[in-house]
Design a protein around this ligand. Structure first.
Ligand SMILES: Nc1ncnc2c1ncn2[C@@H]1O[C@H](COP(=O)(O)OP(=O)(O)OP(=O)(O)O)[C@@H](O)[C@H]1O
Ligand SMILES: [Mg+2]
Length: 317
């Protein structure tokens, strides 16, 4: 009788206290993660934070040093083949055959998944259409642009109609129109019940495409939840942004203290407050000519990301 892991959970992925130690370098530390079915779940974090390592462990190509991962309720370490038949994956490295066309690459993938020839024919046509590859369907992959290669990579990962699609930075380097088209395709897959787990460096993508997020920093998850909840949980509603040299903010604020939550990015101050009006009045009174280019805007996910990760910034909070 196989060990069906967390059968009581209907989560598609459950990571239990997972650590990955690469010869003394801890890439992922004590990770607990649950991906519910039918959502688009995003992993965010600076370079080297442990996102790809996490995806690789979920796919079963990298083994955790400690802890366990269940996918579809099965321990990936024991049931790799059964799990993989229901997974689609596009990791950062490419798996395409450069001398073959998209259609032939898709066919090779279909055979790898042991699909019948009739099923392959049908699926290839569907995917060429769905990923809008028609104009380049018969061109050898080595002549395709980055955007078309990305579309093909995703088409390949969809060949077996996966229940869980894992995408490592699916839209990095794509032009804005292709990115938007890809978001629509991912939304359509999600509507049809596919669970999507992806990494991204784009805050707009995380905010608009993902239902839930985990923010990684140095191997730890430092924030998790819906994009809007993360913003509410970690920061105030409004952001007052102005430019000033380091230390100059105190003269702009006069007797008032700098609000508790603020961030300096080179010569730009970001101050997070529930109500911007009183702070704006103080700054405007001291800078009537708006030399500090004051802007008020709603706090967004990028603010949360920068505050939590403090990436390459001189933080001040
Ligand atoms: N095979 C490996 N051997 C040794 N160290 C590794 C290996 N793979 C990853 N690492 C290290 O683990 C850490 C996490 O890497 P990972 O690729 O998971 O980061 P990431 O969050 O995906 O970053 P990026 O945004 O740059 O893709 C990094 O410090 C990286 O150098
Ligand atoms: Mg990565």
């Amino acid at each position: 009788m196989p060990n069906f892991g967390t059968m009581e959970s209907d989560s598609v992925v459950v990571a239990n206290d997972v650590t990955k130690d690469f010869d003394g370098h801890i890439a992922v530390s004590h990770l607990d993660l649950e991906v519910p079915p039918g959502v688009c779940f995003g992993l965010l974090g600076p370079n080297g934070a442990g996102k790809t390592t996490t995806l690789r462990m979920i796919y079963g190509v990298t083994e955790p040093s400690e802890g366990s991962i269940d996918v579809f309720g099965l321990d990936i370490a024991k049931y790799r083949r059964a799990v993989r038949s229901r997974l689609g994956v596009t990791l950062q490295e490419s798996v395409m055959i450069e001398v073959l066309s998209p259609v032939d690459n898709l066919r090779v993938f279909g055979r790898y998944h042991l699909l019948s020839e009739a099923r392959i024919d049908k699926r290839v046509m569907e995917l060429v259409d769905f990923m809008e590859l028609n104009s380049h369907a018969d061109v050898p992959v080595k002549y395709l642009s980055g955007g078309f290669k990305r579309r093909l990579a995703i088409a390949l990962s969809l060949m077996n109609e996966p229940d869980l699609l894992i995408l490592d930075e699916p839209t990095t380097g794509l032009d804005p129109a292709v990115r938007l088209a890809l978001w629509d395709q991912l939304r359509e897959l999600r509507r049809n019940g596919t669970t999507i787990l992806l990494t991204t460096h784009y805050m707009d993508e995380a905010e608009r495409l993902c239902d839930q997020l985990a923010i990684f920093s140095e191997g730890h998850v430092i924030g998790m939840g819906k994009p809007s909840d993360l913003i509410m949980e970690h920061l105030e509603r409004e952001t007052v942004e102005f430019t000033c040299t380091s230390g100059e903010e105190s003269s702009l604020l006069g007797a008032s203290a700098l609000p508790e939550k603020s961030l300096r990015i080179r010569d730009r101050m970001l101050v997070y407050v529930e109500d911007a009006a009183p702070l704006v009045d103080v700054i405007r009174a001291r800078d009537p000519d708006d030399r500090c280019s004051l802007v008020v805007r709603p706090t967004n996910l990028e603010d949360v990301f920068l505050t939590l990760t403090g990436t390459s910034l001189e933080t001040d909070s």
